[in-house]
Design a protein around this ligand. Structure first.
Ligand code: NAD
Ligand code: DAU
Length: 357
């Protein structure tokens, strides 16, 4: 094996934060395998161009032949599997891409990883890791007084997205139990921070509010999510990769349950402070038709990760929201390229179907 990690979905929101974070402290190479869908933005990693520790290959998780070839060529010591279709609303209007990428794609990756792992010598076999990045949405919805999700909570996914991620979790689990593959799984709560595509609540609200557009709050705005700043998630993944117990799952959470409406209010107030306007941004809030099957509350019990591996979140949501709003304000060129779609042209010109090393 080589000192190299194979990251899928590294051009997405969490994956690009992970790679930037990794390469800021490690000399180990990163192979980023990403289809560059609408959610994959290679420009997030433009600062790594010319860095010989970083390679981006544009490819589809469902392409087993390409995965096999890349694993044999690069011989990574670990696979970190971030790639997925990730947006719940899109899964409601178009579930098939979710079944294809999240279930079929994870299956292909596990199969190619197994073949690669099978061919390693005994020592490398012991060192190799497959880390599957998943979500708390697999556990379903909580009532106001229910205890937070633990690793023992039964799966009860409610959206096509959550069901497809649950399917992928079960596959990862089976590859450990049946084939002995060294699999680790993390189930994390809602992430936010730099480079998040503005279809998700926090960046959508920041950008709409800046432009004076309506802020669409689903239902009564009282749904609760647990918010985790993305770099805390990246740190948790590193800890699980290095010290996690094989075959185990680890819940990752921010210990920051907030109602959606409270998050939107905070964003409005931050923008009013940082970019004063004639009227309060709160006036832009509009209650709109609820998301079908909208989970009421998520909460994560991350005590296993704290107890066994010493990880806990470091950034409180108020601090993280301020940082996030400031990041978007300071990166309006990124926002503009995403808003206008010009990042897609840039990807086709610079990456097309080519691999970039
Ligand atoms: P994202 O949508 O921002 O990025 C997904 C990436 O996967 C993109 O770069 C996309 O191009 C790539 N991709 C999609 N289909 C692919 C395919 N068939 N082959 C190769 N690459 C493909 O997602 P994210 O928010 O960064 O989430 C990353 C992972 O973390 C996902 O597995 C998601 O389920 C999980 N997760 C996300 C959150 C969150 O709050 N965002 C929370 C917990 C877990
Ligand atoms: O819990 C982890 C999950 O968090 C991840 O697995 C998903 O990939 C990620 O997208 C996220 O899912 P959510 O559905 O919780 O995130 P989203 O940002 O889409 O919505 C957050 C909450 O805000 C949810 O209750 C729906 C609500 N919402 C969302 C949007 C986009 C609104 O009220 N208005 C909106 O316009």
């Amino acid at each position: 094996m080589n000192p190299c990690i194979f990251v899928t979905g590294g051009a997405g929101f969490i994956g690009s934060n992970f790679i930037l974070n990794w390469l800021s402290t490690s000399s180990e190479k990163v192979l980023n395998f990403d289809l560059l869908t609408y959610a994959g933005n290679a420009q997030n990693l433009v600062s790594l161009e010319g860095d010989d520790r970083y390679t981006l290959v544009r490819g589809d998780l469902c392409d087993g032949d390409l995965l096999r070839e890349l694993l044999q060529t690069h011989r990574p010591r670990a696979i970190l599997h971030f790639a997925a279709e990730s947006h719940v609303d899109r899964s409601i209007t178009g579930p098939s891409a979710f079944i294809r990428t999240n279930i079929e794609g994870t299956f292909q990756l596990l199969e190619q990883a197994r073949a690669y792992w099978d061919g390693l010598n005994a020592e490398d076999k012991q060192q190799f890791r497959f880390l599957h990045v998943s979500t708390d949405e697999v556990y379903g919805s909580l009532g106001p007084d229910d205890p937070a999700f633990s690793e023992e909570t039964p799966y009860a996914p409610n959206s096509p997205y959550a069901a497809s991620k649950a399917g992928s979790d079960h596959l990862a689990r089976a590859w450990f139990h049946t084939y002995g593959m060294p699999v680790l799984t993390t189930n994390c709560s809602n992430n936010y921070g730099p480079y998040q595509f503005p279809e998700k609540l926090i960046p959508l609200m920041i950008l709409n509010a800046l432009e004076g557009k309506p802020l669409p709050v689903y239902g009564d705005g009282q749904n609760v999510r647990d918010w985790l700043y993305v770099t805390d998630h990246c740190d948790a993944i590193r800890v699980v990769l290095e010290r996690g117990k094989l075959g185990e799952t680890y819940n990752v959470g921010g210990n920051s349950e907030r109602k959606n409406l409270d998050i939107v209010h905070q964003i409005c107030d931050l923008l009013d402070e940082l970019r004063p306007a004639a009227t309060s941004r709160r006036e832009l809030i509009r209650y709109v038709t609820d998301r079908p099957g909208h989970d009421r509350r998520y909460a994560i019990n991350a005590s296993k990760l704290r107890r066994e591996l010493g990880w806990s979140p470091t950034i409180q949501v108020e601090q993280g929201l301020r940082r996030t709003v400031e990041w978007y304000l300071a990166h309006m060129d990124w926002v503009e390229s995403v808003r206008t779609g010009s990042y897609r042209e840039w990807i086709e010109q610079n990456y097309g179907n080519r691999s970039i090393g």
